[in-house]
Unconditional design. Structure first.
Length: 309
């Protein structure tokens, strides 16, 4: 009941508890410093996250969307049934040959269900030198920026791509940054934020991902789409490197350990995300082996408990 808590706070109810909490927080922070613990980590673990909303990526039910008559409209209905704030409409599952009328219909359907379209996610490859192939990738991303604007979707997840075998890493990083910069003016014009995902390839290591971001530079319409399941070296520590750049978060239920997928500690994701000062959408992107229609509600409840309740 966030609104009720806000109303009570406005009327002065609960101020004593808040003052007590703040005093306790100061004491705990001091003790943490004496013990050599980073106070930011303590803060992330103990404070209630603020301004984080939970969404579900359509990719989570990809088999139903590709092998049955299930579609994005039914997906939006399901998100509404689960009382979700948002739905991420992955581009792979849009109707073939769709037009603006289709996008408006999706947008209207979401609106009347009380579900925000938190964003969309596309495939692209900017890890190419200048030329016709790169130009086609740039044009495709610009089109999806337009589609997102028509959907009232504030965010588009983009990829960097894979470096050609003969390419030097520094060249691949530069090519990717150039691709992002080539579409940023259009993103700003349409009011859509681009999030570069750590999706393997040239972004497999957080230091390379960060190098791309730094070449692009700080921009109000650019950042990182932080996928919690993609770093393979030291997942929780590597996420901390790019988390301060996050403009969207996709949570997986697994991480890589010794080259194999194991169940993730969702509370560690929470500490990284909140500790970085992130505010915005946290979307579940389910890739587990179970039935997503049974598993997703369970994991969404866990995310709500961690980030909202």
């Amino acid at each position: 009941m966030p609104f009720l808590r806000h109303l009570l706070a406005m009327r002065g109810i609960g101020k004593v508890k808040r003052r007590s909490f703040l005093t306790t927080g100061v004491t705990m922070a001091g003790a943490a410093g004496m013990m050599g613990i980073n106070p930011a980590v303590l803060k992330a673990a103990d404070e209630k996250p603020k301004n984080i909303r939970i969404s579900l990526a359509a990719y989570s039910v990809r088999q139903a969307l590709t092998k049955t008559d299930y579609d994005l409209f039914k997906f939006l209905d399901w998100c509404a049934e689960m009382d979700l704030d948002g739905a991420e409409l992955t581009s792979y599952y849009f109707k073939e040959g769709f037009d603006s009328a289709y996008l408006r219909k999706l947008r209207n359907h979401a609106f009347h269900n009380g579900v925000a379209i938190s964003g969309t996610a596309i495939r692209n490859d900017f890890c190419k030198p200048a030329g016709p192939e790169k130009d086609r990738e740039i044009e495709a991303v610009r089109k999806w920026i337009d589609y997102a604007a028509d959907l009232w979707a504030p965010h588009v997840r983009i990829f960097a791509g894979n470096a050609p075998e003969e390419a030097k890493k520094e060249d691949a990083i530069r090519w990717t940054a150039e691709g992002v910069k080539a579409v940023l003016d259009h993103a700003e014009k349409r009011g859509v934020v681009l999030g570069l995902e750590n999706h393997g390839g040239i972004t497999a290591l957080p230091e390379d991902h960060l190098a791309i971001c730094e070449l692009v530079g700080k921009h109000p319409y650019f950042g990182v789409n932080l996928d919690t399941g993609n770093y393979r070296r030291n997942p929780y520590e590597d996420l901390k490197v790019t988390a301060p750049w996050a403009v969207n978060v996709q949570v997986k239920i697994e991480v890589f350990k010794d080259g194999k997928k194991v169940l993730a500690d969702l509370s560690k994701f929470r500490d990284v995300i909140v500790g970085a000062g992130y505010k915005g959408w946290v979307a579940l992107e389910y890739e587990g082996q179970g039935d997503p229609f049974e598993e997703c509600p369970m994991y969404l409840k866990k995310l709500k408990n961690l980030f909202v309740s």
